[in-house]
Design a protein around this ligand. Structure first.
Ligand code: UTP
Length: 227
């Protein structure tokens, strides 16, 4: 059975309206797929992580301390999803990518958050994928694809249906230094590149799109070819 790692952005997991209802719908969609592919899911921190990092920053917290708070939130978010998965979930929220991969099984979805300061949960997804030899990483964010430029600022920005991982690397390394929100974590791109793991960038709110990505079918988002 193919193994697939999903990196879910915190803002996708927690829409801030009818959260329990939405998380249940998302969990049910994942559950339906868990006997077709072996699933591991990494949850981001979203608005709650931002609250802590912004408030901690105002209080003079170090980057390391802010990251630690971010990680704590990603783990609580992972717990929410694992609760919503019910029988298909696993009570333990691993703190180690290897453990996350080892805990998962057909019909059993292993969910985790961050690991250590210095990167985001996208990198954790890539670490899990590397360890278990995953067929692909699905990046479920609130953006529907990768564009040639910021579509909110540049009306000529083009949506990319396919790109190489080398092209993605160029984008994320430019962006990261500026502290902007990256399309995908640079360390995650590096790991995916070295291990030839494709990344599918999709809008996680579109559940049909998310399912297609997980199953390796055609998507409306961007297919990042690592081969
Ligand atoms: P996210 O993975 O949600 O980061 O982790 P993000 O990409 O900045 O957030 P979105 O996707 O735009 O909403 C939240 C924060 O937790 C810390 C980082 O500070 C990160 O920004 N973190 C997370 C770590 O330091 N290490 C990890 O392994 C994971």
């Amino acid at each position: 059975m193919e193994k697939v790692v999903v990196s879910i952005g915190g803002s996708v997991l927690i829409p801030e309206k009818d959260d329990a209802k939405y998380i249940k719908i998302l969990a049910d969609a994942l559950k339906d797929l868990s006997d077709k592919v072996q699933l591991m899911v990494v949850c981001g921190g979203g608005i709650i992580a931002r609250y802590y990092t912004n408030t901690g920053k105002e209080l003079g917290g170090t980057t390391y301390q802010l990251d630690e708070m971010g990680i704590a939130v990603t783990r609580i978010n992972a717990k929410l999803l694992s609760i919503a998965l019910g029988e298909a979930g696993i009570d333990e929220i691993p703190v180690d990518p290897k453990r996350c991969a080892d805990n998962s099984a057909p019909g059993k979805i292993s969910v985790m958050g961050g690991t250590e300061p210095g990167h985001t949960t996208d990198a954790v997804a890539a670490m899990i994928a590397k360890y278990c030899g995953a067929a692909r990483i699905v990046n479920a964010s609130n953006v529907d694809a990768v564009y040639t430029d910021d579509p909110r600022k540049n009306p000529d920005a083009k949506r990319l249906s396919r790109m190489t991982i080398k092209e993605l690397k160029e984008i994320v390394y430019d962006e990261h230094g500026a502290g902007k929100s990256s399309v995908f974590d640079p360390l995650g791109v590096k790991i995916a590149m070295e291990n030839k793991i494709d990344i599918l960038m999709v809008n996680g709110r579109d559940l049909d799109e998310l399912k297609n990505a997980i199953l390796g079918k055609d998507i409306k988002g961007t297919f990042v070819d690592s081969h």
